[in-house]
Ligand binder design. Structure first.
Ligand code: PXL
Length: 275
């Protein structure tokens, strides 16, 4: 059985980070070890959330894992709350990153950093991305990683340039999420620096965007890769899964904005993986 270890927070309500990654990877038939970085009452888009930092727990957990000689086919980081945790994430990669190392540099959306993040953190995140094989930023995160202004309008040449610059940080491949080159289409565009090869997947845009879709995308992408799917197939699987989750959410009359209905898209995800 394939094994993945993922390091990110637990937001008790609000479907993102570990509460999204864990069910997705499990559904894809992958044993998933978790390294929780913090416990929050909700994710940070709610007002008044509680936050209990677990930074001090991370090194002893890794020490124990090492004593037990645990091995993972992939290690992957999501939302990290501090510069100290970026150092621990680097440690996770150096101690357990013999397989695939993926970093999802969660820190912003819609041109802005999430509550609690700074440009200093973004610069340190860019340093950390050097250690990964694959990074999966959205357009906002890419602009903060590269210290360039966020653009809402762009063309394909711009996306290719951004992807080349992202891999120049030191990672092998970069996947840009939330790319829209045609008004009614959205998808992901990727670049593999070693093969000097671009790949993409686009589909018709659902008429709303939601919180937590980046986390679901990253988990499904990695799950497909760990299951032996090609980079291009994995991109398609992750995009289709997220699109279906949004679609199912919008079909619910009283849906809210704090997370998508990915649970009922899980059978479809399993179907995509078997295709
Ligand atoms: O979806 C990314 C994410 C993960 N974890 C927490 C968050 C967010 C986005 O806001 O607040 C705690």
């Amino acid at each position: 059985m394939k094994k993945v270890a993922t390091m990110q927070d637990i937001s008790c309500v609000g479907k993102c980070s570990l509460t999204a990654a864990l069910p997705v990877l499990s559904a894809m038939g992958i044993e998933t070890a978790v390294l929780p970085t913090a416990v929050l009452s909700t994710h940070t888009m709610f007002h008044g959330f509680t936050f209990h930092d677990l930074t001090n727990e991370i090194p002893p957990i890794m020490d124990h894992w090492q004593k037990e000689h645990f091995h993972f086919d992939a290690v992957y980081t999501g939302y990290l709350g501090s510069i100290a945790q970026l150092k621990d994430a680097a440690m996770l990669f150096s101690r357990f990153g013999t397989g695939i190392r993926m970093a999802d540099p969660c820190m912003g959306d819609d041109g802005r950093l999430y509550t609690g993040f700074t440009e200093e953190f973004a610069a340190k995140m860019a340093d950390f991305c050097r250690l990964a094989d694959i990074i999966v930023p959205n357009m906002t995160e890419a602009s903060f990683l590269l210290k360039i202004p966020y653009r809402k309008e762009y063309d394909e040449a711009y996306i290719k340039d951004i992807l080349r610059r992202l891999t120049s940080l030191g990672c092998r491949a970069a996947v840009l999420t939330g790319v829209s080159l045609q008004k009614d289409h959205i998808g992901a565009y990727a670049y593999d620096r070693e093969k000097d090869h671009f790949t993409f997947y686009f589909d018709k845009k659902e008429p709303a965007s939601f919180h937590g879709t980046g986390d679901l995308f990253a988990a499904a992408l990695l799950g497909a890769i760990v299951n032996g799917r090609s980079f291009a197939q994995s991109l398609k699987i992750a995009c289709c899964f997220v699109k279906r989750s949004i679609h199912l959410t919008l079909a619910e009359k009283d849906h809210d904005l704090y997370g998508v209905n990915f649970e009922q898209a899980i059978p479809y995800l399993i179907h995509l993986l078997k295709e």
